[in-house]
Design a protein around this ligand. Sequence first.
Ligand SMILES: [Zn+2]
Length: 827
Amino acid sequence: MKHSLAALALVALLPLFVHASNADKAVKGMPGDPDKLFAQLDTLLPTPGVTRAASGAPGAQYWQQRADYRIQVTLDEKRHRLSAKQSITYMNRSPDTLNYIWLQLDQNIFRDDSLARRSEVAANAGTRRDTVGSGDSLSFAAMRRHQAFEDREYGYEMGPVRDASGRTLRTTVNDTMMRIDLPTPLRPGTSIEINFEWQSNIVDEAAIGARGGYEYFSKNDTYQYFLAQWFPRLVAYTDYTGWQHKQFLDRGEFTLEFGDYDVEITVPADHIVASTGVLQNPDVVLTSEQRARLKRAETARKPIFIVTPEEALVNEKEGTNRTRTWRFKGENVRDFAWASSRKYIWDAMGYRQSDSKRPFVMAMSFYPNEGEPIWSKYSTHAVIHTMEVYSRFSFPYPYPVAISVNSWERGGMEYPMITFNGYRPTADEKTGKVTYSRSAKYGLIGVIIHEVGHIYFPMIVNSDERQWTWMDEGLNTFLEYIAELEWEENFPTFGDKTNVLDFITAYMQSTDQVPIMTNSDTIVQFGPNAYSKPAAALAVLRETVMGRELFDHAFREYSNRWKFKRPTPADFFRTMEDASGVDLDWFWRGWFYGTDHVDVAVGDIREYQVSTQDPDAEFPLKRQEFAANWPESYSQRQNRTEGLKTRVDRYPELKDFYNENDQFAVTNKDRNEFKDFREKLRDWERTVLDRAIKAGEYVYFVDFKNIGGLVTPLPLTLTYADGSTEEYPVPAEVWRYNALEVTKLFVRNKRLVSVELDRNHLIADSDKSNNITPRRIEQSRVELFRGRDRERNQMLDALAELKGEPKAEKSAGAAGGQDVPLQPVAK
Ligand SMILES: [Zn+2]
């Protein structure tokens, strides 16, 4: 900050600075294209119509299709195989006549000739949890996956598709999609029933990487099965894209229709089944003891075991050739998933909510003993906690059950009423002692909150996952973050960081970026793009741009408008504005359609006091200012030190008027001009001047430079000489004339000592070092290090003792997932 004692004439200043700072720059070439940055989104969004209103609500003629399912499925545990009879009733509620309908055959993604597998590139040929090596490299996991595909065939073995009268319908399989040609077109308001049988091999999830499959526990030779995308499902037919049959390439998830499900699941008789829906035959599949425990769990204050850890241990040691059929019905769901194992511990606890339609929900968890002790401690609590928090931001949980199943390592996946979640403690190989890391504990709680949260978004607020990953992952990560901070202060949501806005800056500065508004299957940097950046955006909206009251109301409005319906991005953008009265088009443009980051620097601060223009008062101040700005030269001072006498010193008769009066000496002409000036002022101008002088106002011009490019609000902290501070939130609209640099004017009756931007980390500003004027010295600690060690001495290394027993192959027993560099073939 520059301190200037200078007096600046207010009369000159007042009319001038109105167009001095912003307006002048604005007319010259629009730096940073503020006309575009603040333009309304109309040109980018689809035109509103009868199905989707301009307000962002479902339109007067909104429609969606419906598909009801009846399935009888049998799990063949010996062959890891499903076989099923399936019936779908499809209701055409669209205004269109359909000559064919489409089924999605998701398991076909595992066929050798699938589009997904043939289009894999070397870098992503491994499983999802595999890390990619640099250069030409191949991981153990990628080789294991290759071998697993060699060993078995995957994908559906489909029987003929018949209509209700038994007529066989013509079908055409196109990769993960199958078209069924209808003998008579399906007119609006009519329905069709189709029946077919199918079989498929279940994938070994650990080897192949999938959202469902089986898991093998080598230590005790046992299995668990978690079945997802396991049956052919109707493709969504929508008002905005027709059939959503973009092929399943893995990233873009599932766009589905709501309907009722009646599913009979036949499994080995000693299995416990967890499933979407409500169990219809507890008398057949549960013991009276288990049913009594379930009853107790309804009113329990902590989770109650339905199957205890001890019972599960005994159960998993046996095995049987008998089978048992569990029947579940799920109403108004867009999908159906289940899990089955003889290993399961099962606990439950009732959750009560103030909702007349659904006052009671049973929260349940299923997990093997390998998940203990953290699963019985945290899982069901996390399920209930999620419903408590999410319902506040959206709507009461509408389903009768909410389930968490311990599935694959570190994974997580969501389905209506049921979620598959990873994380387990580790047992020491030698002692068997069980411990768990900090990241396992918080990872477990976090993933359960996340996946149960997905029951709201997108299982109920049914966005198009195949097109827009952020619409469910981003919104859900945002609410997950809120729920985690309500679980425990300092919850390590984002690695070592708690604040999503501190976490996201590194990604937002990176060069390898695409906008959030990018199709699910072409996103690069998938996690930050579709999960944490939209979550950060919503955090900025809620805490900085809109405030909690406006944001929470608008977000609840969006959730309620679109529950059990199918929103698009435009419906979200429009509703958030419609319900809050805040113009957010600039925000959606910057955060969702762009890749700029937030970095604003606080620049110069210039201080002024208002000039009286009275020469007797002002000229002495000008003299001081001149002396401060232009001190006497070094030569002058040295001459004096050396005792040099000037000619004028030696001949005083050379002095005249100008030796007595400097240029700041006041003359009568100056005094007359001042008198004249005051007389010519209008009355109101004189009042303004006198009042400003009496108050002793300080006038500050503060410069801001937009380095990152993303327009942002500027939450400022002004600190004064008396130690007091003032929070001053500048809205993003400050950039609407010039998006690169702006100057703010502050008039205060006390002296400012610093201006700081984003002290509370509210805007994801990526470079904090330029956020304060005057600049601060960054403080940290440095560790001394030793220079590079000696060169490799092969002769010395050859003398080293061999550790342990000599092994034939050094690589045997190395940890899975470790990169194995390929050796170039010697020529
Ligand atoms: Zn997710």
